[in-house]
Design a protein around this ligand. Sequence first.
Ligand code: GLV
Ligand code: MN
Ligand code: MN
Length: 450
Amino acid sequence: MTGIGTAEWVMARCDDLTRHSSRFDALERVYLSPEHAAANMAVRTWMLDAGLDTETDAAGNIWGRRAADGRPQRPGTEGEPALVLGSHLDTVPDAGRYDGMLGVVLAIAVAHRLRDVTLPFALEVVGFSDEEGTRFGKALLGSCAASGQWDPAWWDQADADGVTLREAFARFGLAPERVGDAARRPEDLVGYLEAHIEQGPVLESENLPLGYVTSIAGARRFVLTITGEARHAGGTPFARRRDALVAAAHLVTRIEELAKAADCLATVGDLHVQPGAVNVIPGRAELTLDLRGRTDAGRDALWDQIAAAGQRIAAARGVTFEVSETHRAPSTTCADRMTAAVAAGIAEATGTPSDTGAAGAAAPSDTVRGLWSPAGHDGMAMDAVTDVGMLFLRCRDGISHHPDEHVETADVGVALDAYTAAVLALARAHPGVEPAPLAESVETLGEKAR
Ligand code: GLV
Ligand code: MN
Ligand code: MN
């Protein structure tokens, strides 16, 4: 097998994880499923190979840990505060193989590269169990548990088969009453550093392999229900119809107009119509709505407009309009010291001139590309307990949440160097640390991995 710390190893492990899918024809792995358990098992093995001890927490997140001196150490045991690297292992339906998984596997590879280096903090790797919210509508469940933000109101949210989150916990072998045990304390953490594909076109259009993230957009998700009346498609003149789908169609186009005008993003990604027969007027339409904005205030103002438009359209068409919010996460600004380390790492790995220097200075480099993330990430939850930073990798055609998701092995190689260098920059900038013992170069660590 190719060495753990190499780009080829990372790409091969992302391929391996596609086996753990609930579908033969596509990749889909949701929270608390048998595939989630299988992916955790695979990741656990790789963590052990990389010199980490492992533990699955009370919310199904998989953790690996080594002490500052490099010894494997059980996560959850007393020890030095830890820098956490990682991402998520769950997927959307018909997913690509890199969204989330690449960040977990890269983190393991970085931990392996650093296995012989004494750091001023412990190093942990996490594979979060639910970032997408595919199964229960609420996203970031894994990282909300890890950041102590679990809301008991979520227990009764059900999946498409009517299985509640509480029941799914028990079926997975987790005790709902223990979910609080997954919460990490701020004093035990040094920061959370995640690598992720960009999921957008910016880096590719500028011919850059990597960038650092400045902030992550706040998101809200809703289920919108329009109720009219199901009737005969032949016997009911237009004047007598209360067609839920036509009302929904008007609302969908209005949502797009309003979002464009507000410079926000709004997506109706799912639509269910009942009773769903060719010769019956739709009596009920259920739509999902995903809203994102650079600022929470802009996004919330857009929601107020959409809610008002829904009421107006409903009144005009003799149907009712109801709303249920399934997810809300605030926008998140990456911490200066984390972005400085990521920018320094990118500068070092790409040979870009940088004023941040190898020791990691207080401000991000202005020669390395910084960009905001309209896509959501586990850092949105982890921000409640520690400083967050992110490294973005270019992905082909900016495509994500699609099986065509693709990253180049060469970019993964540069990302490995940059990610490793970012950890070393944080180590050198850590209070009371002399840079000398951390002088080992990223190049040498990369060579050793081969
Ligand atoms: C996660 O990928 C999200 O932004 O929806
Ligand atoms: Mn995603
Ligand atoms: Mn993701």
